[in-house]
Design a protein around this ligand. Structure first.
Ligand code: NAP
Length: 308
């Protein structure tokens, strides 16, 4: 089958390869991949013993081709979106992928296409985990600042926070400010503008209750806009020294977000929330798609589409 594997000359990149279709075990599904969500670190999320034929990629949407004898929740023909990280049998940038039945798997609601569905699992689950880490620290009418609001994670973070009743401010380049407001942000600031923290302070003079710092390196510059005793979640694992009683947390990975991901996907299918896909590339353009994501300026998600 066609797949993309880590480039031999440069493991940060990808190259096409012809690899065997993976074999599923009793507790696994084999999925015919129709669309793939592209993540900045996809070529890095590989098990240590991954060989040269190991497809990269951790999320996709497609049609269940076969299920193992121990799998009862899914049948061949089901449309599913899923996360399959560090899967010993290969990742999702391939015509077929194996996914464990206990992985985050969502039945794609009627009316949602594979491209939209493939854009939700990783960004959606990251937002749900980040919001969970904030929940106890943010009152019902609390305020949140999202650093990197127009990207894959930020667009969903703004909307999930709004649906909790939180008031939201977010950062992006100015060209994306109307877009941020359309997602529900009350205030949009440009991170290129050195004075953006003053604008947040004018919006909330005592500071915001919470921050989701999406892009690497944004946590330190966000700390001053958090009120005393507030909370900041770093999505990219920034290391910052807390001050004024502000709690700094990383996105937790030990929480089960499967039900939340199903709900979020259904909300998107109903039109209550939206998933932004800046561009859909044919599968053979995977290297260009990865390069675009790595610019740090994709609006929402970049997706690969496969034709079988
Ligand atoms: N912890 C986890 O589970 C997890 C899961 C997935 C991803 N991640 C991490 O999340 C990060 C990627 O998130 P993503 O996919 O949402 O990113 P993304 O889609 O690439 O984000 C792009 C957005 O960030 C904005 N941006 C660029 N530079 C910025 C800066 N200096 N300050 C503030 N905003 C800036 C861009 O705005 P403009 O284009 O408007 O300029 C654009 O809206 C990576 O570090 C990845 O490792 C973590």
């Amino acid at each position: 089958m066609r797949a993309f594997v880590r480039r031999k000359s440069d493991p940060g990149g990808v190259e096409p390869a012809d690899v065997p279709v993976p074999r599923h075990d009793d507790d696994e599904l084999l999925v015919k991949v129709m669309a793939v969500g592209v993540g900045v670190h996809d070529p890095s999320f590989l098990p240590g013993d991954a060989g040269p034929c190991f497809p990269v990629g951790i999320e996709a949407a497609g049609v269940v081709e076969r299920v193992g004898d121990g799998v009862h929740a899914y049948r061949p023909g089901d449309r599913v979106a899923f996360i399959s990280a560090m899967q010993p049998k290969g990742g999702t940038w391939a015509e077929y992928a194996v996914v464990g039945a206990d992985s985050p798997i969502v039945t794609i609601p009627a009316g949602m296409d594979f491209v939209e569905a493939a854009a939700v699992p990783v960004a959606g689950s990251t937002v749900l985990r980040a919001v969970q880490a904030l929940d106890a620290g943010v009152p019902a009418d609390g305020t949140l600042f999202v650093a990197g609001g127009s990207g894959a994670i930020g667009t969903l973070a703004v909307q999930v926070a709004r649906s909790r009743g939180w008031r939201v401010a977010a950062s992006a380049s100015e060209r994306n400010h109307d877009f941020l407001r359309a997602l529900g942000a009350e205030t949009a600031v440009d991170y290129h503008d050195r004075d953006w923290p003053d604008r947040i302070r004018r919006w909330r003079p005592e500071g915001v209750e919470a921050v989701i710092a999406v892009l690497p390196g944004t946590s330190a510059e966000c700390l001053p806009v958090v009120r005393d005793g507030g909370v900041l979640v770093t999505v990219s694992g920034d290391v910052v020294t807390p001050e004024r009683g502000v709690r700094v947390r990383v996105v937790p990975h030990d929480t089960d977000i499967r039900e939340g991901l199903v709900r979020l996907t259904e909300e998107i299918a109903r039109g209550d929330k939206r998933v932004e896909v800046e561009r859909v590339h044919p599968f053979d353009e995977a290297p260009a798609a990865l390069a675009k994501v790595r610019t740090g300026h994709a609006r929402g998600k970049i997706v690969l589409r496969l034709d079988h």
